[in-house]
Design a protein. Structure first.
Length: 232
């Protein structure tokens, strides 16, 4: 299948948590800086983030969680284009407008015909609404991004449920993880991969094996891990 080359890029704790708790009020970006021994090295993650691809995929839920809908400042225009998966929707009209001002191009992927982006597409020429019926068809989406919009490389920074869907569909090529020196815990706290658990031995084929590319110690006890995903 013709699609972008993809990298799943995430910050997580040593026990695999990508949040500090089980509600949307809890967030590593907001909470890790407050934790002694963790906050000191966090900036390394953001520095690496600056070197990711010029197309970035995320979800409306994650963006709403970090406060995009409440942003009132005039954002600095980035050379990066955003692809946002948002069905509920989690983004408000204000959040969509903020992202459109910040991004080079903004792709809103939704199966919701009443998404707030619909009312803004005439105001912002860089908003593209990619509509799907009932649910998002990810293979079709990735093919469309490559063939119609020229997206050749895509960095994905989404939540555990979305990560599981994309990994199991064979749509992730590379994993780039920054591990923070922290143990968070909590059985309901989001992890690198959540979603539906496997139930039978027949489903073991859904488990993806990885090939280690590098394991690099960073400052302040942080660690960078890079893997290639074996999509057989």
């Amino acid at each position: 299948m013709i699609r972008p080359e993809t990298t799943l890029f995430l910050l997580m704790s040593v026990d695999g948590k990508i949040s500090t708790g089980d509600t949307d009020q809890m967030d590593v970006d907001k909470d890790f800086p407050k934790i002694p021994g963790v906050g000191e090295g966090l900036q390394q993650y953001y520095k690496l983030q600056e070197w990711t691809d010029l197309y970035s995929l995320n979800t409306g839920r994650v963006l709403a969680k970090v406060g995009i809908n409440e942003k009132a400042d005039e954002p600095k225009k980035l050379p990066v284009s955003f692809v946002v998966i948002d069905n509920k929707p989690h983004l408000t009209a204000g959040g969509v407008a903020y992202l459109a001002k910040k991004a080079k191009e903004l792709f809103i992927v939704t199966a919701n015909p009443e998404h707030p982006a619909s009312s803004l597409s005439n105001t912002f020429s860089n908003i593209h609404i990619l509509k799907h019926e009932l649910e998002i068809h990810f293979e079709e989406l990735f093919r469309e991004l490559r063939e119609k919009h020229g997206v050749d490389k895509l960095t994905i920074e989404s939540g555990g449920t979305m990560n599981a869907i994309l990994v199991r569909k064979g749509l992730i090529d590379r994993i780039l993880i920054v591990i923070a020196p922290a143990l968070v815990g909590g059985k309901d706290t989001p992890t690198l991969m959540d979603g539906e658990s496997l139930h039978t031995p027949e489903e073991l084929s859904k488990i993806k094996s990885l090939e280690l590319v590098q394991a690099k110690p960073l400052e302040h006890s942080y660690l960078l891990l890079e893997y290639r995903v074996k999509n057989i």
